[in-house]
Design a protein around this ligand. Structure first.
Ligand SMILES: [Zn+2]
Length: 648
């Protein structure tokens, strides 16, 4: 999150609009509240109405229909859950109360929630609410739902006390005067977006009507602030900051059907960013990554709600460029929070502040949209890459604290934010991420189930009367087992993703090997009448493969199946781990160059049969043990290796 520009311009003073107060159509009786990126069907004059011009071809199941089984994802989710439980609501509310002139004797939080931080409120009134709502959907945790409801009730009091047309924040509205006048200010709309999204999530997942009212009143204020501004004035504001306002306003339209929200959403289209993408030109160099991806998510959402093809082009071209030209072996993107180079130039972009965690969170959100439009296995290959290399392993399983950057420079280590004194953007997106690990494992259409991710879990497809139990120790186990329970024999297709890394592989149905299989990065479709007790056993052999830098093939990462392997070096101290956003004031551990036969690039690594997912370097200048990057928490590590050809 960089600071904005400070060129000064005088704009028209803000006139706050009165909040919209018309009745909102209720969610259709019997329909399950969905995540806000998916169609929300509402009852209107006795008919069900959808706002979506482009409904997703494949949709996720409501998170409450999926429960995680034991494994690394559940460990991460439970660490996050404990962390959320550790945050007292009175401390979270403190700066909101103070800003609204209401009494608070609570101890203030630190880091980005400190009373003098310009981003205060982004976590406490935003990410925290989303995380509680998502965790409630994923686990049924009533205490977190109650906390979210308490927060909403108090935030509504603050909104009323502020007496400013629906404005709600932990910082004064004067920040927006500074934004309009191009004076220095951090990111007020970024923060407002998080608060609105948090309230919307509490409405959607927890059924809290007051939360929707809070969000709509905030939207009324946003409409009033932006309405007097000319197009040019608004574009200049977007040169400073923007956040994901477009997305949350689109979602508000999808829920309420009020066209006005779509109009306000479009005011946040940043022309100089969108136009090159629509024309398939990569002009991303120099941009701040984590504040631009949410704008593309907004474009994706706008396409779904209006059918305007330009916005799909923007989203799809952007995804291709970031994934194929600007991402490391982990799937992560950004260096020092920016894209600093031309496409495909990454070998000079290894540092201690590569791959901000928020960027992974936002790219995964965007990927779900693209998969919804066209359920292509390669989209979920990318999702899996991020899940197992960047999302797992950036939360500390011991205390639920989270990372900011995942350093890919060799010889450094992982740093985590202190529980009450960090509360960074990445703490926020992380709090949400590990609360919604249930949201993408399975998708469906009317007659098909898509098994996207191999994660131990139970699915209840209530409309079909079908349950699926997925039992796996993936990625320790190269494959999975799915067992069906059906009220009645049910005809449907089960689509299994065959990952890009799977060479060979096999599938058994009720113990009998099937002759059919599918090529890497495609779907294996099994169509039959399914009955209780049917069992699918999928075997996906993992092999070593190298992932070289696109612009320097002598700089390589080693992968095993979906997993980035990291060389493990000496442990660091607790003080070093909780010091900052990234490792500071330390020289890296010396990491050896690798010598290898060019014809056999993986031959310098051998599996260690004594432990799962453990490997040893062979024939190098020093012994190196290699394990999955996500399993490294307290040790220095190396992901990218300088590889020299063995002389003969
Ligand atoms: Zn971040």
């Amino acid at each position: 999150m960089t600071l904005g520009d400070s060129s000064r311009r005088q704009f028209i003073r803000n006139v706050a609009a009165a909040a919209c107060a018309t009745a909102v159509p209720r969610l259709m009786a019997g329909s399950t509240p969905q995540d806000p990126v998916v169609d929300t069907v509402v009852e209107k004059n006795g008919r069900s109405v959808s706002r979506e011009r482009i409904p997703w071809k494949a949709k996720p199941f409501p998170m409450k229909s999926v429960r995680l089984g034991d494994g690394p994802c559940k460990v991460a989710m439970e660490a996050d859950r404990r962390y959320l439980h550790s945050l007292p609501t009175d401390r979270l509310l403190h700066t909101f109360h103070i800003n609204a002139g209401l009494p608070s004797s609570a101890q203030s939080l630190g880091g980005w929630e400190a009373p003098d931080c310009e981003l205060r409120g982004h976590y406490a009134g935003g990410h925290y609410l989303s995380a509680c709502a998502l965790m409630y959907a994923s686990t049924g945790d009533e205490e977190l739902r109650a906390n979210a409801n308490t927060m909403i009730a108090e935030l509504a009091k603050c909104q009323t006390a502020l007496k400013n047309g629906g404005y709600l924040s932990a910082f004064p509205v004067e920040f927006f005067d500074r934004l309009r006048e191009r004076e220095r200010v951090w990111a007020p709309f970024y923060t407002i977006h998080k608060i609105m999204a948090g309230a919307l999530d509490v409405y959607v997942y927890c059924g809290n009507e007051q939360a929707l009212d809070v969000a709509q009143k905030m939207a009324g204020w946003v409409a009033g602030y932006t309405q007097p501004l000319s197009y040019g004035q608004m574009q200049r504001i977007l040169g400073t900051e923007y956040g994901g306002m477009g997305e949350v306003l689109c979602n508000l339209y999808a829920i309420t059907g009020k066209d006005h929200y779509l109009e306000v959403a479009q005011r946040f289209d940043k022309k100089v960013f969108f136009d090159p993408l629509a024309a398939h030109r990569d002009e991303l160099k120099g941009l701040h990554v984590n504040t631009h991806i949410p704008q593309v998510i907004a474009a994706a959402r706008y396409y779904e709600l209006t059918g305007e093809r330009r916005y799909r082009d923007i989203a799809e071209y952007f995804w291709e460029e970031v994934v194929h030209e600007r991402s490391y072996c982990t799937g992560g993107t950004s260096n020092g929070e920016s894209w600093n180079t031309d496409p495909g130039k990454l070998s000079t972009e290894l540092s201690t502040n590569t791959t901000e965690c928020c960027c992974a969170y936002n790219m995964m959100k965007l990927t779900r949209h693209l998969f919804g439009w066209s359920p292509d296995a390669r989209l979920m290959d990318y999702y899996e890459r991020l899940m197992f290399n960047h999302r797992l392993g950036t939360i500390n399983p011991e205390d639920g604290t989270m990372m900011y950057y995942l350093p890919l420079a060799s010889g450094y280590w992982k740093t985590f934010g202190k529980p009450f004194d960090a509360l960074w953007c990445c703490t926020g997106t992380g709090s949400e991420e590990y609360a919604k690990l249930t949201d993408t494992i399975y998708f469906h259409d009317n007659d098909s189930l898509f098994v996207n991710l191999y994660i131990a879990s139970d699915l209840d497809w209530a409309e079909k009367g079908v349950r699926v139990r997925q039992e796996t120790r993936f990625p320790e186990q190269p494959g999975t087992t799915l067992t069906i329970t059906a009220k009645n024999p049910t005809s449907m297709t089960i689509n299994l993703r065959i990952p890009y890394w799977a060479e060979g592989g096999s599938v058994k149905l009720n113990g009998t090997p099937l002759e059919t299989f599918s090529s890497p990065s495609s779907l294996l479709s099994l169509n039959r009448v399914w009955k209780s007790g049917d069992k699918i056993e999928l075997n996906l052999p993992m092999n070593l493969h190298v992932d070289p830098m696109p612009d320097d093939s002598t700089v390589q990462a080693m992968m095993y199946g979906p997993l980035v392997l990291a060389g493990r070096f000496e442990p660091v101290t607790r003080e070093q781990q909780y010091a900052d956003y990234e490792p500071k004031n330390s020289t890296p551990t010396k990491v050896p160059d690798i010598v290898v036969d060019a014809d056999e690039p993986t031959s310098w690594v051998k599996s260690d049969p004594s432990q799962p997912l453990t490997f040893q370097a062979i024939g190098q200048s020093q012994p190196v043990t290699m394990i999955p990057l996500y399993q490294i928490i307290h040790d220095r590590y190396a992901v990218y290796w300088k590889v020299n050809k063995k002389s003969v």
